[in-house]
Write a protein that binds this ligand. Sequence first.
Ligand SMILES: [Mg+2]
Length: 128
Amino acid sequence: MAEKKILVVDDEKAIISLLEQAFSRKGYAVRSAMDAETALEILENESIYVMFFDLNLPGMNGIELCREIKKRRPVSVIYAITGYASLFELADCRDAGFEDYFKKPVNLSTLMDRAASAFEKIERWKSI
Ligand SMILES: [Mg+2]
């Protein structure tokens, strides 16, 4: 079976390390970026369809990044992770195409479950 890759984008190194460790332990290959521009570069070169984005990033934010990727890869499954939330932001997340949304501090076992179901979903939709 092909390698299951996850892209993590967060401008906090500690969050990237935490998620990298947790996802690798589950057998996923993890790519990471600390800003949206780097994330887009990674996606130019690699087939990744499951992603976890911080919303608050320097430069292009997580919502804009999600919108951009959904245009290019509609089947991708992208989760938002953020330190703060407002109704306005939630509506934006939904419109941008996020699958779901989690508040920091993250619950790792929830994220692991979501990663697993994201790969199942992509597997189902793959033939299109
Ligand atoms: Mg941030």
